[in-house]
Design a protein around this ligand. Structure first.
Ligand SMILES: [Zn+2]
Length: 338
């Protein structure tokens, strides 16, 4: 089969590789219905993470179970499944506390920008739908695998409450999903920080009530103005830069929680400043598995439409263009049809 490999900065190749096989009795092989390019794939694509050997790309996936190992009991051949980008057993203490992304057996999914993929720990990682979904729901199920689950976690970690005021830093796919999640959780006011018209429009569609286009100190003071000088009750940090984290901390009120899901690059916090600020931080790789059953129900019942975040759809063979379009900000998120 042909699959996506990253050889070095901006060197994405769609090339012949061996088909995945069951390696452990707890594995499953799935045939992908669709896959996509993640914002985090752009870090190695841009050369910001070192690449020592060709990498099998892709960690967001949904599809039909092709084969299962002898120990797998909860999914079977022919079922439609969605899994998290974090592989987990869903039985260890951390999983039981809802932190499957810190599973004692954690692995990170790879090789999903391909027609077939191997999913380790299939029982703990995959969730099946009762029946095969309609084709138009595939993008939304795919979004649940990472961006929706991550935006949802950001809102959950930031303890969004009914009626509360939420600020979302970052207008990438995850930030937009954070807006959607905050809306579902009943936030009264959702302030999305975005400078781009198409992303602002999508944020408003997903439930944002206010748009702040300023950044840095100007952005913080706009949010202070909008909240009568108090600051937001919950802040979702969905970028991962020093500037975005500072912005998130400064636009939160004392007592607020910040859910931070942007992978930090160059972020350093000052202990004394954090102490006197009285803001809480909870973040990290999202335990998407915790939220998957609920998110998949919301999608199946057509109560949410997170698939709208894909504004470019390409055949899998054009994956390199999918990376370029996101890198050049011509697309928010690229879906690849297999
Ligand atoms: Zn576990």
């Amino acid at each position: 089969m042909k699959a996506t490999m990253l050889y070095g900065p901006r060197d994405v190749r769609f090339e012949e590789v061996a088909e995945p096989k069951i390696l452990k009795p707890t594995d499953a092989i799935i045939r992908l219905s669709a896959t996509c390019v993640c914002g985090s794939d752009l870090w190695p694509f841009r050369g910001l993470n070192p690449i020592t050997a060709p990498m099998a790309m892709g960690h967001e996936y949904c599809g039909i179970v092709e084969e299962v190992g002898s120990a797998v009991t909860t999914v079977r051949r022919g079922q439609f499944v969605v899994g998290s980008f974090c592989i987990s057993d869903n039985t260890c203490p951390h999983c039981r506390f809802g932190f499957q992304s810190s599973c004692e057996q954690r692995e990170f999914m790879s090789g999903a920008q391909a027609p077939l993929a191997r999913v380790p720990l299939a029982d703990g990682t995959l969730v099946a739908t009762p029946e095969l979904p309609a084709d138009d729901l595939i993008p939304s199920f795919l979004a649940a695998s990472d961006v929706l689950g991550t935006g949802w976690y950001a809102a959950s970690a930031a303890r969004v409450q009914p009626g509360s005021t939420v600020a979302v830093v970052g207008d990438g796919a995850v930030g937009l999903m954070g807006v959607l999640a905050a809306k579902q959780m009943g936030a009264g006011r959702i302030i999305a920080m975005s400078r781009h018209k198409t992303r602002q429009d999508l944020a408003l569609e997903f439930g944002a009530t206010d748009i702040v286009s300023e950044r840095g100190e100007a952005g913080v003071s706009r949010i202070k103005d909008l909240t009568k000088g108090v600051g937001a009750d919950s802040v979702l940090e969905c970028v991962g830069t020093k500037q975005s984290m500072m912005q998130a901390l400064q636009c939160a009120r004392p007592g607020a929680m910040i859910g931070y899901v942007g992978v930090p690059h160059g972020v350093e916090l000052d202990g004394a400043e954090l102490f006197f600020s009285q803001r809480g931080l909870m973040g990290g790789p999202a335990p998407v598995r915790r939220f998957l059953p609920h998110l998949m129900d919301l999608v199946a019942e057509r109560k949410i439409n997170p698939g709208k975040v894909f504004d470019l759809t390409l055949p899998l063979g054009d994956v390199a263009e999918g990376y370029r379009a996101m890198d050049e900000r011509r697309a928010i998120k690229t879906m690849l049809r297999v």
